[in-house]
Write a protein that binds this ligand. Structure first.
Ligand code: FAD
Ligand code: NAP
Length: 351
């Protein structure tokens, strides 16, 4: 960690803080909880002022980008900061690649589309992931064989306790599969304000996933980043529910990583089990476990695992976060009982 500059003096009085606001429009599961206070923050000065407010009130803090990876199970008694900081610029470039600096409040998918329109490569497989740039490092977002870490250079953010602006390099972030230091040691300690990515000026495509490979099976010309982003969008739109139509938070469970002995025992019992080697371990397709346990497309008390994608919990009937979690517990217990596997929830649960 490298400490950078001193912080400017913030002004709490100028903040547009709202009181007793529903968060239904601010989370993609469309859960209708109330926030005691909510503020939309457009620049670093407002962010620092919001942190001063939290200190003055001695209240909890919740930073939200697109609200696409949270389960809000209760009313929130503190301040919700909606991070809406904008802007991006090229920080450095060579003939081969460039460093793109992006404000945390920028929309992730818009950033991907901007980068592919420029002819840059690196982000194309990550098209159509909802949410903000600032949240992307939290779970090291990934899709179709590519993770944020593959093009990540560094990020900047605010240490909540001290107000200091701090830079974290790749190793500081401790990225792994859907994981980072921000889910552990720095959980609720740090607000990411800017992310810097290294993008290639020549194609560096990853077509390792069957769905993407099959999409281009009949194409014999070279592919652009934009071609790949558009293919990813088409595949995703064919199976994933748009939260605007059917509220959801994407994959609700992580794919469990198990050792060779567990994998072999399961494979013997369930020969069509889908799993992928990951170093010395195996990644089990959680969607397969849920599907084969009979939960795919099944509606229970108003909650449902999506018919086209068994990993996606949907909330078509506007259930509360608590009701959704009760449904989730039933699935977890069933998977544990049938396969001896613990399914871990991927979104952050706020109870
Ligand atoms: P939020 O839900 O707003 O926040 C998530 C967590 O990060 C919260 O704990 C929040 O406090 C924290 N946080 C947010 N911003 C900051 C910040 N600037 N600083 C510090 N903490 C912060 N994920 C994937 O990895 N791959 C996918 O392919 C994928 N597909 C999805 C498809 C759908 C339809 C949906 C609904 C979700 C999908 N997701 C996927 C999950 C989600 O989109 C990502 O995790 C995304 O990065 C969340 O961004 P967000 O801005 O909505 O985060
Ligand atoms: P898919 O392509 O049908 O694949 C099913 C599962 O098998 C995925 O979970 C994927 O793991 C794994 N997989 C497939 N091919 C693989 C390979 N060659 N090597 C290693 N693992 C492989 O999945 P999908 O549901 O349509 O989703 C497509 C991509 O978008 C996936 O990467 C998925 O993670 C991502 N996605 C994520 C979310 C989220 O909220 N986290 C939501 C929607 C989609 P991985 O999941 O590890 O890639």
């Amino acid at each position: 960690m490298t400490e950078l500059t001193s912080t400017p003096k913030p002004s709490v009085a100028s903040l547009p803080i709202q009181e007793n606001i529903s968060l239904q429009a601010y989370n993609t599961l469309s859960i209708a909880v109330l926030a005691r206070w909510l503020v939309e923050v457009k620049d670093q000065e407002q962010l620092l002022a919001a942190l001063t407010f939290v200190k003055q009130q001695q209240c909890p803090l919740l930073v939200l980008g697109g609200g696409s990876n949270v389960v809000l199970a209760n009313d929130f008694s503190g301040l919700v900061i909606l991070l809406k900081t904008q802007g991006m610029h090229i920080e450095d470039e060579t003939a081969q690649d460039l460093l793109l600096s992006i404000a945390a409040g920028e929309n992730w998918h818009d950033t991907v589309m901007y980068s592919v329109q420029q002819g840059w490569s690196g982000l194309e497989n990550l098209a159509l992931i909802p949410g903000s740039v600032g949240a992307a490092p939290i779970q090291n977002i990934g899709a179709y064989g590519v993770e944020l870490v593959n093009c990540f250079e560094y990020l900047e953010g605010i240490d909540i306790a001290t107000g200091e602006i701090t830079r974290l390099n790749k190793s500081d972030c401790e990225f792994s599969y859907r994981e980072s230091v921000f889910k552990h040691r720095l959980k609720d300690q740090f607000i990411i304000t800017r992310v810097v990515l290294r993008l290639s000026k020549s194609p560096k495509h990853c077509l390792s996933y069957p769905a993407l490979r099959d999409y281009f099976a009949d194409i014999d010309h070279s592919l652009s980043s934009q071609d790949i982003a558009e293919a990813v969008m088409a595949i995703r739109q064919s199976k994933l529910p748009d939260p605007k139509d059917i509220p959801n938070a994407g994959s609700f469970f992580k794919n469990p990583i198990v050792d060779m002995a567990v994998f072999q025992a399961l494979k013997k019992q369930f020969p069509d089990l889908i799993a992928y080697p990951q170093g010395d371990y195996y990644k089990l397709a959680a969607g397969w476990l849920i599907d084969h346990a009979g939960w795919k497309g099944k509606m229970v008390d108003g909650a449902c695992m999506h018919a086209q994608q068994a990993l996606v919990l949907t909330n078509p009937n506007g259930l509360s976060g608590m009701a959704l979690l009760q449904f989730v517990q039933k699935i977890q217990a069933d998977i544990q009982q049938k396969y001896g596997i613990t399914l871990t929830i991927e979104p952050r649960v706020y109870q």
